[in-house]
Write a protein that binds this ligand. Structure first.
Ligand code: ADP
Length: 649
């Protein structure tokens, strides 16, 4: 309950003190007067302070309900304005007329009685009506309810104010519905529009507005057809709105009571309509903008609220309401909902000049700024890593090429060394055919000196000379190919032949050293990817080492067995000897550079051999054979194509 009295309490208190009877003599009078002044002096500031703290009482009367858009939005905005603008406490009590939500005038008397009994003892400081039905109600019953209370009628269309009943205690903050501007703006943004369907109810107020709409739409008769749903149930309206013919727009006017007498809460009704409608919805009420309507020229709630609150404050400050005159407020500058524009294909270039576009959907970048930044950062880091790795790979490749070149050079030197070691054998190998050639040539000369040389014999001698010459040439060819300085070059080779060449090269050397050199190639072709000269060097090195190992033994078999064969996906070369074998402790070191047990050894042969084999993605190993001697195994991957064919066979 509101406390009684309000700012009239201070007045009545000072009045009572002033009217106290004067009966005593002068001294007593003076004493009493002094006392009175003291008491008065003490009480007045307290009373004024109480007055300042006393909240102003405002009765806010709604037309349809506290949550009925658009008026609910006006109420919210007015309260927010009061909070901002007033320096005193305000007690707002809100009531709602229910009678406006009947399609025939509802019973008003009980509501009047209710308000009268509520406020008879302590009328409010100000009455404020929201919307036309509330304005009409307070004007009608103000004599009975609040004859002396100032009245502010706001959010009411100018046509619905009963100007004749206005008193000096009333202020109107009217709005003006400009249907011509409204329809004009629809045609501007959607020039193809052929039908405007008015969604409106059947209450007396809605009927009034329908007539007004029809009247003001007359100038547009040749541009579009006006239809209205005033006689339909809202369910039927929803059905029709979902199957609108092309180029039809919906005009959301007001829906408080539908054609079959069902009352609707505006907010929910519009949401349902928006959910099913297959055409754009227009309304000049800002309260619907931002959710369901396209936009256009609309009443500005904040503009009306500001005017309303400033009028109320002027009244509270003592100004006479009758002196406050406010012109009807028209539509504000047009505003459009970007999302609805996209939905209905409204181009920004078609909007009236001065339009504002709101609710633009933020682009991916704006919406996921952080996530995108993180992804971009991760992407950059990844790109940096990739380029770093690529750079590293390139460097490794260069290093690889470099190391192969060095290897080739080293291998070349190593071959020279091996050839040097075998000079005697090679010289012997060359001397033999050369000696035969000389002997045969001398014999032939002698035969030619006779009177009748035996031609058949001469022919045989010449054939021998030719054969020996070829033999000598072959020795030189092999030596040259062994000593050729070649870069490391991988290609498809046949391993049996590669190994055979080495055997041919050292066969005589072995023979000269009294060693039996056997070669047993694989029965099938052995295709690998490799550099033949370097692989030959590896085999040669193993054979020369085996020959060396054999030179130490005095008794027993002196034999070297070289074989090639297939072992799964690998081509295998085995070089076994019947030498003294390798001391168990030395086995793990023999592939290390400079490891040697020979007085004149360099200890580089096996180190180079391992490097060459690994450059071919293969392996080399050594073991002592159980029967004595050493067995070296080289494994090289069979060329992929050859392996596939082999599997197929
Ligand atoms: P070098 O022949 O100059 O010593 P290598 O690297 O070719 O260098 O060989 C290293 C060592 O491995 C040899 O000194 C020898 O002790 C041992 N070795 C290699 N092959 C055999 C073999 N078939 N039998 C016994 N020992 C071997």
């Amino acid at each position: 309950m509101w406390p009684g009295g309000g700012y009239s309490r201070g007045e009545s208190m000072s009045g009572r003190i002033a009217m106290a009877p004067i009966k005593s003599s002068w001294p007593i009078i003076v004493a009493r007067l002094s006392l009175c002044l003291l008491v008065w002096g003490a009480m007045v500031p307290a009373a004024l302070a109480a007055d300042r703290n006393e909240p102003k009482r405002l009765l806010l009367l709604h037309s349809f309900g506290r949550d009925f858009r658009p008026w609910s939005e006006y109420a919210r905005s007015i309260k927010a304005e009061f909070e901002q603008q007033s320096s005193f406490a305000l007690d707002i009590q809100e009531h709602t007329l229910l009678s406006a939500r009947f399609n025939s005038p509802g019973p008003e008397a009980p509501f009047v009685d209710y308000l009268r009994s509520l406020y008879r003892a302590s009328p409010p400081d100000l009455v404020m009506s929201l919307g036309a039905p509330a304005a009409r109600f307070v004007q009608k019953y103000r004599e009975q309810l609040f004859p002396d209370t100032p009245l502010v009628m706001t959010a009411v269309e100018q046509r619905l104010v009963n100007r004749g009943a206005l008193t000096q205690n009333d202020v109107v903050i009217p709005v003006r519905n400009d249907f011509t501007a409204f329809f004009g703006s629809i045609l501007q943004v959607l020039p193809e529009t052929r039908t405007v369907a008015v969604v409106i109810g059947a209450s007396p107020l809605e009927k009034f507005w329908l007539d007004e709409v029809k009247r003001e739409a007359k100038p547009f008769e040749d541009r579009f057809e006006l239809i209205w749903y005033a006689d339909l149930s809202f369910e039927e309206i929803l059905k029709r709105a979902s199957t609108l013919p092309p180029h039809t727009v919906l005009f959301w006017q007001l829906m408080s009571v539908d054609g079959v007498g069902v009352a609707h809460e505006g907010d929910l009704a519009l949401r349902r309509l928006h959910a099913v409608a297959n055409g754009p919805i227009f309304s000049y009420q800002e309260a619907f903008f931002g959710r369901e309507t396209v936009g256009g020229p609309m009443h500005s709630i904040s503009e009306s609220s500001k005017e309303t609150v400033s009028a109320a404050l002027r009244i509270f400050a003592g100004e006479k309401p009758g002196d406050i005159k406010i012109e009807p407020i028209g539509f504000a500058a047009p505003r459009y909902d970007w999302r609805e524009m996209q939905r209905w294909g409204i181009s920004e270039s078609d909007l009236p000049t001065g339009s504002e576009v709101l609710f633009r959907e933020r682009g991916l970048w704006e919406r996921y700024r952080w996530q995108m930044a993180m992804i971009a950062a991760a992407f950059l880091v990844q790109a940096g890593l990739i380029s770093g790795l690529l750079h590293e790979r390139r460097r490794r490749r260069l290093a690889d090429v470099e190391s192969r070149q060095r290897l080739a050079e080293l291998a070349h030197l190593s071959r020279y060394a091996a050839a040097g070691e075998m000079t005697t054998s090679i010289a012997h190998e060359l001397n033999q055919p050369l000696g035969s050639i000389l002997t045969n040539a001398e014999t032939a000369e002698l035969m030619l000196k006779s009177a009748s040389p035996n031609l058949d014999e001469l022919r045989a001698i010449l054939a021998d000379i030719r054969r020996d010459d070829q033999r000598a040439s072959e020795v030189i060819r092999r030596l040259r190919s062994m000593l050729k300085k070649t870069p490391f070059e991988i290609r498809d080779i046949e391993l049996n032949n590669t190994v055979r060449d080495v055997i041919g090269f050292v066969a005589d050397v072995a023979k000269g050293r009294g060693v039996v050199l056997n070669y047993l190639p694989a029965t099938a072709e052995l295709r690998v990817r490799g550099d033949p000269i370097h692989l030959q060097q590896v085999v040669l090195n193993l054979v020369v080492n085996a020959l060396d190992a054999m030179s130490e033994i005095q008794t027993g078999k002196r034999e070297i067995n070289v074989t090639t064969n297939v072992s799964g996906a690998w081509a295998e070369i085995r070089v076994g000897d019947t030498g003294a074998g390798i001391a168990t402790d030395d086995l793990k070191s023999i592939f290390n550079p400079f490891f040697t047990t020979k007085p004149q050894g360099m200890g580089m042969g096996l180190a180079i051999a391992r490097t060459i084999v690994e450059a071919h993605h293969g392996t080399i190993s050594a073991a002592n054979a159980p029967s004595g001697g050493t067995l070296f195994k080289i494994k090289l991957p069979i060329a992929r194509q050859a392996f596939a064919l082999q599997q197929h066979d």
